[in-house]
Structures are given as structure tokens and as C-alpha cells.
Write a protein that binds this ligand. Structure first.
Ligand code: 26V
Length: 824
């Protein structure tokens, strides 16, 4: 028997023991031999690293088994290409999914170390902007949990999403340095590296009797090196790989240049290469036009495709059956250049015939759209594209010609309809339209909620939908219940187990068994007690970070998400101001105490979003220090919203604010996390709120405001905010106060622009929706007075949210798009 076979047998025949004794031994072993520390000298940080390494070994066991199994069975793999993976901290996730929470806590406790504190030391892997990136992280966890062999492919940004500080009321962006102390979860795979080219020329090779061959000779090359992080599923049943690419120079230093005395010049190439994976663009709603971003997109797309082809050819003779063995999901348009790059690799490098390559490409790719906002739909100037990716540009022209030919021949398209589907936008200075490329290069295109999918068919992809009526389908988003309930809300998880047993941990839709308990006073009280404890945990955080004390018996009314005009944090702040003025004007009324909590980051170049943060801060300062309000209202802005903060916030909410202008929020996923943890939603009929209404029933969700169609119609008719402001004294007075400097006496005109925009245009329908919003908030105030009723609704929210699990979403993708059977 070979040595490897013998070793593998040993691994198999002696599964690791998961008791506290074994774990304590292993953790101390890591402390000693990997970190060179004694238990006496170890700092908390060393314990964190040692614990991660010990837990990691168990993941690796499963990881190797899963990879071997997938290889041996030749199973179809899903490759999820995403520019962002907002995975947050991994230690708790790993410990919990492996069922090790108790033994690890006990093992550490023997050395006087608390697991909870150890977990806090891990930096957040903030490799994403917001919803799209967090969805990719939930999907990776769910694919591992339901047993779908998968690779996540993305970028290993050295600086993740910026750290937000609030200085003198304004957002300040600071670089994130999450890798400074090493990263115990990743494995650098120098042997898994690929060359990525940019620029240069394309030449042709003519051979008699054969099709012309194209050869791209890039002017520049960089190396993409793989960094692998294992992703372990629920109960450790399956593990997948998150493969993030880091950019490295081919030559670390130009020695001749260095020796000639130009020490800086010798590193220029190297710095240019490494710049590709240095930063994550902090924008989620407007185009980042920088060339560097296009380089990033091509860099990770090409590396991932080369890796996929390499793996395919280790066990298959040709690439003809690629689509039987891999499904590549494009997470938004950021990896859409993959369509052209796969064609290049198939046709130019692997000499496949064009028509076959095009069929293989379409059968392999599918594309998810995450936004209808025109300013977020990616396009690139043809000139830039041509200079950076000359061969891919030619391929895009060829695909375009074919699509247009088909449209003319088969569907009678002409004139405007042709220019609407064209991959090149000829009207705005010739731009390459990435949405169109992703669409025509995929066999399936999906939206992320029912409403969003319908709007896709009517708006951005209206013409392509007419041309390919079968292609668009819906896949409503979901969130992983492991992170967003089991780990973040252990109190509620324990209570649910006592009430209905542990079945929901494996099948979250079993939460429905809680439904009848909404009528059980004893259960409701225990449910409310858990909420109270979670609110106290959040109070402690707020006290700690902001030195502000808040009362846990008030309603916690929370809006946390990226700051954007369409998400309407401004509407929420205006309501706070109106309420403040009413409390002052009517001290005789029995007001319901409320704490309005905000958190979220604004894109650094998005001036209005930054103004809204500033306004929230100014308003909070005035309200929180006004004795006339008697603590009936507080406004708090918590800086630096990230995944870890979300894990504390979601379980502590009484009210979840999901108040986007209807038709603009593709889905939302925070809405799901809040409701799963028993918060009551106040929201518009937008994104997945629509489906939440269907699952929860209309008595259990608080819907208000204009519908998507009504918003579109008002906009068409030149709506402004004037009428609504005239008619509503509360709104008028709140806006006057904001515009006249009541909250910013040092610079009274600071917010006049924001208010003018509502009066003169009201593009986001703030004035139009104010009254409905105000009235609904007051209904919630009244309901708070009837706690039995409130708590019953909260229980029903938790009971009925199981469907919004990312396990369900992933099973639907597997069934309808990827055709990969789950194994769990
Ligand atoms: C666009 C851009 C433009 C260039 C600069 C960087 C950048 C980064 C991201 C994006 C697209 C953002 C789209 C997005 O995050 N959409 C959100 O996706 C969630 C998951 O489907 C969904 O729940 C949210 O409603 C949707 O806003």
C-alpha cells in the first residue's frame, strides 16, 4: 500500500473526536507549535488564531473528502462568479456548522478564555458593498449546506470595504486592513496561477482550407494566484471552496532597472500588477468608470475561466461537454466579460468551431440581475474596451452581428428595436453594454424577486425579452438561517427548540410549527423576553460605541442598509423630525417611546447620501439633548455598519424599515433577516416585501404608500412635492425646520438643497408617501400599547419566514437553472 493511501486510511478510520478534552489539546497544540506561545503567555489574539487553526483542521478533513467525492463522481459543479463576497467573520460560522460550540467553549474556558470574546477579535472579511455581496456569501453557505458542489470565484481585495467614521457629523472613509494579522482561513495556492493579459494586438493566421485563426498578443501580463477558503455547510456534511484571486507581477522586480540605480522604477510594474486586487470599489449604485475596475472584472473572469477549463480537461477529453459539467452563474454584470473571454478561450486557444463554442457558452452561463437603476447598469466606452481587451471587443462585435441578424430574420426586429438590443450603445458616445452581453450569452436570466423580475421584462430588458421570451425567470432571494438566526440569535434559537424541537435547524420551514404559539400567552412572553435581552445587548453596544444610553423598553425602529436616495432614509429622518415637533407641541399626549436607529455607508462620491448621514447626526444631536422630549424619542446613527454589527442589530429590532420608493429595491435581504428574528416590517410594496406580504398575511406586515406603477405614472406626469407639502402641515413644518437650519445652526443653509429637491421634483416620492408613512407609524405606536397583539404578530413573523431561506433559493437555482441535484 502506498504511503498516501495508508495515510488516507488512517484519516478515514480515525475520525476526530469532538469532545472538550480533545479540542483543548488540539488548541493548545496549535498555540505551541503553530504560534510558538505557551498558555501563560498567550494573548487573546493568540487564542483566536489557535482556535481557528484547530477548527480549520476539521473543515479540511471534510473539504478534502467533498472535493475527492465530486471529482470521482464527475458531478456537475456550480461556479458562482461574483465581484463581491461579503462573508464577515468565519470562526463562529465554522464552529456552529460543525456543532462544536459547546466543546470549544468548554475547552477555552479551562484556560480562562471566553469563546465570545475570542470571536470578536476576528476582523470582518468585508469583500463587498452591500446586498449583492452578502447574497453571494449566503449562497455559498447554502450550497455547502444543501450539498451542491460549488466554487465561488472572486477577488481577494487587500483592502476590503472602507471603514466608516463619523467626524464632526460627516462620513470619513478609512482603509480597511483586514489582512494585517494574517488570515487563518485561506490557503495560498501558488501552483494554481494563471497569466492574464491586457492590451496589445490581435493578429490573424490564415491556413488554406481552414477558418482564420486569431492570436491575441497582450502588451501586459499579470499573474492571478488562487487563495482558497473552505466553506463548510450545516452539520459539516459538505465543504466547498471560495477561490479568490490575488494579482502578482510576473517579475517581482526589474533587476536591471534596480541595478542601474532606479529603485522606484524597478517596482513600477510590480505595483501596477498588485494594484488590480488592492481595492474594492466602494460604490453600489453608480458606475465606477475607472479603467482599473474593468481590469479587475476581466482579471477575475479570465482567471476563473482558465481554472474551470483546466479542471475540466483533467477528466474530460474535450470542451464540448463543458455545459454538462459546469454551470457558471454571473452575479450581476461585473463578470459579464466572461462571455467574450470564454468564446476566446474556446475558439482561439482550444480551436473549437465558432457555432459550437457559442452553443457551449450559452449553455454554460446564466446571469442574475440585481438592480434596475440606470446609473448602476454597467457600460464601458468602446475605445477603452478596445484598448484593454482588443480580441474580446472583436468577439463582442461578432456576437452582436449574429444576435441582430437573428432578430431581423426571426422576429422582424428593425430600427429602434434593433438598437435597443444591440450590445453597443450608439447613442451615448459608443459604449459596450454589459447587461446585454450577459443576457445574450446566457441560457437563463433571473431577477431576485417576483416584482423585480416582472419589471425587468418591462423595462431594461423589454426588447431582449421579446426576442427571447423564455429566458427571464424569477429566483426570489433568501438568507442563510444559520448565520441570521441560529448564530446571531441564540436566545430565540433555544426558545424555538424548547417549543417545537430541533427539526427547524435542519429544515427551516418547520418554523411554521411555531405559528399556533402566537396564541399562547406564556410563549409570547418568553419570546418578548428574548427580544428584550437582544435589545439590551444592542444598548450595550451603542453605549460602548457612542456613549449614548437608550431605553430598551422603547420601540426599536431600525433602518440599516447602504445609504441611498431610493432607500429613503431621508423619509425616515423627516418622520423623526415631525414626531419630535409633535411631542414638543403636545406634551399632554401619551406618546409611545421610540428609538430610531440608523446605520449604513454612503458611496464616497455620493454627495446627497453623505448629506443624509450628516442630517441624521444633526437631528439626533438636537432631539437627544432636548429635555422637552423626555426620552420619548431618540435618534441614533451607529457608524461602520458591517456584517458583524448586523448580527447584533437584526435580533434587536421591533420595527424593520423597508421603505424604498416602489419599483427600485430589487429584493432586499435585510427585510428577511429582521422579520425572521421577529421584527414587524413597515414597508412599501417593493422587492421581496411583496412576497413577504403573501407569506405573512396582511395583518402581520405594515405596508404603505405608492405602488411601482403609480410611481411610474406620477413621474411621467411631472409630479413635484409641492401639492403634498401644502396639504400636510406636519410635513411642511418638518421640512421648514430642516431647511431653515434648526438642526444645524452653525450653517443654517446646509440642508436647503435636500429640501428643495423634494419640493421641486420629489423624484423619490418622499412628499407623496409621507402621509401614508406617518399614519402607518402611528398605527404601530398604538399596537405597541397592545403588547399581546404585537408579540403575536412578531411570533408569526418568525414562524412564517422559513421560505425566505437561501437554502430554498439555492434549491430553485439548482432545479431550474443549473440542473445539479442537491445531496442534502
Ligand atoms: C454596482 C456597482 C457599479 C460600479 C461600482 C461598483 C458596483 C458594485 C455593485 C453594483 C451593483 C449593486 C447591486 C446590488 O447590490 N443590488 C442589491 O442586490 C441585492 C441582492 O440581490 C438585493 O437584495 C438588493 O435589493 C439590491 O439593491
Amino acid at each position: 500500500m502506498s504511503v498516501t493511501a495508508q495515510k488516507q486510511r488512517t484519516l478515514k478510520s480515525e475520525p476526530r473526536r469532538n469532545d472538550a478534552d480533545t479540542l483543548a489539546l488540539e488548541i493548545v497544540e496549535k498555540l505551541t507549535y503553530s504560534l510558538g506561545k505557551t498558555t501563560d503567555a498567550a494573548r487573546l489574539h493568540d487564542w483566536e488564531q489557535a482556535t481557528a487553526l484547530a477548527v480549520r483542521d476539521r473543515i479540511i478533513d471534510q473539504w478534502l473528502t467533498s472535493s475527492r467525492k465530486a471529482r470521482e463522481e464527475g458531478a456537475k459543479r456550480v461556479c458562482y462568479l461574483s465581484m463581491e463576497f461579503l462573508i464577515g467573520r468565519l470562526l463562529r460560522d465554522a464552529i456552529s456548522n460543525l456543532g462544536l460550540t459547546e466543546p470549544v467553549s468548554e475547552a477555552l474556558a479551562r484556560y480562562g478564555v471566553e469563546l465570545d470574546l475570542v470571536e470578536l477579535l476576528e476582523p470582518d472579511a468585508a469583500l463587498g458593498n452591500g446586498g449583492l455581496g452578502r447574497l453571494a456569501a449566503c449562497f455559498m453557505e447554502s450550497m455547502a449546506s444543501v450539498g451542491i458542489p460549488a466554487f465561488g470565484y472572486g477577488i481577494r481585495y487587500v483592502h476590503g470595504f472602507f471603514r466608516q467614521e463619523i467626524v464632526d457629523g460627516a462620513q470619513v472613509e478609512l482603509p480597511e486592513t483586514w489582512l494585517d494579522h494574517g488570515n487563518p482561513w485561506e490557503f495560498e495556492r501558488r501552483e494554481r496561477s494563471f497569466e492574464i493579459g491586457f492590451g496589445g494586438k490581435v493578429s490573424t493566421l490564415e491556413e488554406p482550407g481552414k477558418a482564420t485563426r486569431y492570436v491575441w498578443r497582450p502588451a501586459e501580463r499579470v499573474l492571478a494566484v488562487a487563495y482558497d477558503t473552505p466553506v463548510i455547510g450545516w452539520r459539516g456534511g459538505h465543504a466547498n471552496t471560495l477561490r479568490l484571486w490575488g494579482a502578482h507581477p510576473l517579475d517581482p522586480i526589474l533587476l536591471d532597472t534596480f541595478n542601474s540605480g532606479d529603485h522606484v522604477g524597478a517596482l513600477v510594474e510590480s505595483n501596477k500588477a498588485e494594484a488590480i486586487t488592492r481595492i474594492l470599489y466602494p460604490a453600489d449604485s453608480h458606475q465606477a468608470g475607472q479603467e482599473l475596475r474593468l481590469r479587475q472584472e476581466f482579471f477575475f473572469s479570465s482567471a476563473s475561466l482558465q481554472d474551470i477549463i483546466r479542471r475540466h480537461l483533467t477528466t474530460n477529453e474535450s470542451l464540448s461537454n463543458l455545459a454538462d459539467k459546469v454551470s457558471i452563474q454571473l452575479n450581476d454584470t461585473h463578470p459579464a466579460v466572461s462571455v467574450a473571454e470564454l468564446m476566446r478561450l474556446l475558439v482561439d486557444v482550444h480551436q473549437m468551431d465558432w457555432d459550437e463554442a457559442w452553443a457551449v457558452t450559452r449553455a454554460t452561463f446564466s446571469y442574475t440581475n440585481h438592480t434596475l437603476l440606470p446609473e448602476a447598469l454597467e457600460t464601458w466606452p468602446v475605445q477603452l474596451f478596445e484598448r484593454l481587451l482588443p480580441r474580446q471587443m472583436q468577439i463582442i462585435y461578432a456576437i452582436n452581428a449574429e444576435v441582430i441578424r437573428g432578430a431581423r430574420a426571426e422576429r422582424d426586429f428593425s430600427g429602434e428595436a434593433v438598437s435597443a438590443i444591440s450590445l453597443i450603445d450608439e447613442n451615448n458616445g459608443r459604449r459596450v453594454r454589459m447587461g446585454q452581453i450577459a443576457f445574450v450569452g446566457s441560457h437563463s436570466v433571473n431577477g431576485v424577486s417576483g416584482l423585480h423580475t416582472e419589471l425587468m421584462k418591462e423595462t431594461v430588458f423589454g426588447d431582449l425579452h421579446r426576442l427571447y421570451p423564455e429566458r427571464i425567470q424569477n429566483k426570489t432571494n433568501g438568507v442563510t438561517p444559520r448565520r441570521w438566526l441560529l448564530q446571531s440569535n441564540p436566545g430565540l434559537t433555544g426558545l424555538i427548540s424548547e417549543a417545537i424541537g430541533d427539526g427547524f435547524r435542519d429544515d427551516i420551514e418547520k418554523l411554521i410549527e411555531l405559528d399556533p404559539l402566537a396564541q399562547d400567552a406564556g410563549f409570547r412572553e418568553r419570546f418578548a423576553a428574548v427580544k428584550r435581552a437582544n435589545k439590551e445587548r444592542l444598548c450595550a453596544q451603542i453605549e460602548d460605541r457612542l456613549a449614548t444610553s437608550i431605553d430598551p423598553s422603547a420601540i426599536f425602529d431600525i433602518q440599516v442598509k447602504r445609504i441611498h436616495e431610493y432607500k429613503r432614509q431621508f423619509l425616515n429622518v423627516i418622520e423623526a423630525v415631525a414626531l419630535y415637533e409633535q411631542i414638543r407641541a403636545h406634551p399632554e399626549i401619551d406618546w409611545t417611546p421610540r428609538v430610531k436607529i440608523f446605520a449604513g455607508k454612503a458611496a464616497p462620491s455620493y454627495a446627497q447620501a453623505k448629506e443624509i448621514i450628516r442630517l441624521a447626526g444633526d437631528v439626533s444631536r438636537v432631539i437627544n439633548s432636548d429635555p422637552a422630549v423626555r426620552n420619548l424619542l431618540k435618534v441614533v446613527f451607529i457608524p461602520n455598519y458591517n456584517v458583524s454589527l448586523a448580527e447584533i442589530i437584526m435580533p434587536a429590532a421591533d420595527i424593520s424599515e423597508q421603505i424604498s420608493t416602489a419599483g427600485l429595491e430589487a429584493s432586499g435581504t435585510g427585510n428577511m433577516k429582521f422579520a425572521l428574528n421577529g421584527a414587524l416590517t413597515i414597508g412599501t410594496l417593493d422587492g421581496a416585501n411583496v412576497e413577504m406580504l403573501e407569506h405573512l398575511g396582511e395583518e402581520n406586515i405594515f405596508i404603505f404608500g405608492l405602488k411601482a406603477g403609480e410611481v411610474a405614472e406620477l413621474r411621467r406626469n411631472g409630479h413635484t412635492g409641492r401639492g403634498a407639502i401644502e396639504e400636510q402641515p406636519l410635513l411642511r413644518s418638518a421640512l421648514d425646520s430642516i431647511a431653515s437650519g434648526v438642526f444645524c445652526q452653525d450653517e443654517p443653509g446646509r440642508y436647503s438643497g435636500l429640501v428643495d429637491a423634494i419640493r421641486d421634483r420629489d423624484w423619490w416620492m418622499i412628499a407623496a408617501d409621507f402621509k401614508a408613512y406617518w399614519d402607518t407609524q402611528r398605527r404601530l405606536d398604538a399596537l405597541w400599547g397592545d403588547r399581546a397583539h404585537w408579540d403575536a404578530i412578531a411570533v408569526r413573523n418568525t414562524a412564517r419566514m422559513g421560505w425566505f431561506s437561501s437554502d430554498r433559493a439555492i434549491r430553485e437555482y439548482a432545479r431550474d437553472i443549473w440542473h445539479t441535484p442537491p445531496s442534502a
